[in-house]
Design a protein around this ligand. Sequence first.
Ligand code: SAH
Ligand code: F3S
Length: 433
Amino acid sequence: MAKKLFLKTLGCAMNVRDSEHMIAELNRIERYDLTQDESEADLIIINTCSVREKPVNKLFSEIGQFVKQKKKSAKIGVCGCTASHLGDEIFKRAPEVSFVLGARNVSKITQAVSTDKFLDININYDESKYAFGEFRQNPYKAYINISIGCDKKCAFCIVPHTRGDEISIPHEIILSEAEKAAKEGAKEIFLLGQNVNNYGRRVGGGKRGEMNFSQLLTLISKIDEVKRIRFTSPHPLHMDDEFLETFSSNPKICKSMHMPLQSGSTQILKSMRRGYTKEWFLERAQKLRQMSPDTAISTDIIVGFPGESEEDFEDTMNVMEEVGFEQIFSFKYSARPLTSAAQMTNIVDAKTASSRLKKLQERHAVLLDKMTPRYKERVFEVYFEELRENGMIAGRTSQNFTVCVNGSEDLLGKIKNVKITRPQRLILYGQVV
Ligand code: SAH
Ligand code: F3S
C-alpha cells in the first residue's frame, strides 16, 4: 500500500521545485501519496525558508504540533535553508526530528528517510546533475532550475550561506527538461535561480558555461510547444543591453520583469553590497520601459536596513514613484546569522522600520489605484491555470496580472483573449472574447 506524505513548503519558488524533486525521489523507491492531514501521514517534511527570522522562530513550535498530532510511527524531517544553517542544532532542540537535509542536499531524501538521524548540510555539494526529479504539482507550468546557489553575498542575505556557491545547470539538461515538460502539456516554462541572468557563470566542475542567459532564453523559445517563458529572479546588475533586447523582442518571453531594488539610496545600496547605484537602477528601468512599454515591473524592497536615514528612505519612495512598479514585495529588515549586516551596529529601531514599511505600502496602494483603472476594456491574453470558487476560473496575463472569469474547467490549460470589465487592485475581472 502507498505511504502518505505530508509536505509543507515555505519560501520561494526554488523551494517549491525542491519539494517536487523530493516527491519524485521518494517515489522512485516506494509510492508516496500526498496528504493535507498530518495525522494520517507516514512521513512529515517541512521544507523551510530562513530569509527572515520569523518563520525560523515558528519552526520549533510547528514541529511540536506535528509531534502531538502525528501517527506514532511517522517520521519528521526538516529540509531547506533553515536546515542548512541550523544543522545539528535542530536535533538538539527537537529530538523527535529524524533527519535534517540542507537546501543543497535534498537529492539525498531517500537515504535520509532510511537512516536514523541523517544529517547533510554540505553547501558545496554539486547537485547540478541531479536536480530534476520527475514530478510536477502544476501540469500547466513547469518550474526548471537553471542555477543553484548565489555568489553575490549581499550584506543582508543568508541565501549564499544556505544554498552555497552559484552553479549553472548545463543547458542540455535544461533544454531536454523543457522539451519534455512542454510535450506533456506545460505551455509555460518557469526558469529558476537566485541570479538567473548571471547564467553560465560557472557550470558543474567550475568552468564558465558556453551560453549566457539571453542565449538560453532564445533556445528555449524555439521549442514549439512552449508558449510562455518566465524566470525568477534576475539581478539588476546583470540587466545588460543584450538581455533587455532579448527580453523585449521575443514574444514568448512574458512581459513581467522582477527588478529587486532593495533600496533607492545609493549609500544604502553600497552598504548592502548590491553593486549598483540609484541612478544606474533608474536608467535600466527607464530603458526597459522604453524598449518594452507593455512590461510590468515588480520589485523587492527592504526598509530599515542598518544606517537607513529618513532621507535614504525618501530615496526609496522616490524610486518607487519614478519607476511606478506594478507590484512590490516589501519587508522590514531582519538581521540574519552568518551575514555581514548582522554585525552592523547602526540599527534602525523597530518602530521606525514599521512606520516606513506602512508608508511605503500605502504609497504603493495609491500608485496601484492610479494604474488599475487603465486596464478596463483592455484585452489580455490569459493562460488559465486554476479553478476558483463560485464558478470562477483564474489565469495570468503575460504581465503576470491575475485575471478571473466565469467559466468551467474546460478553460484550464488554454490561452484565451479576455476583455477586462472590472479591474481591481489585485485581480482583473473580465470575459473571454
Ligand atoms: N536572489 C533572490 C533573493 C532571495 S531573498 C531573489 O531575488 O529571489 C528574497 C527577498 O527577500 C530579497 O530580494 C530581499 O528583498 C528579501 N530579504 C532577503 N534577506 C532579507 C533580510 N535579512 N531582511 C529582510 N528581507 C530580506
Ligand atoms: Fe541574496 Fe543577493 Fe544572492 S539577495 S540570493 S545574496 S543576489
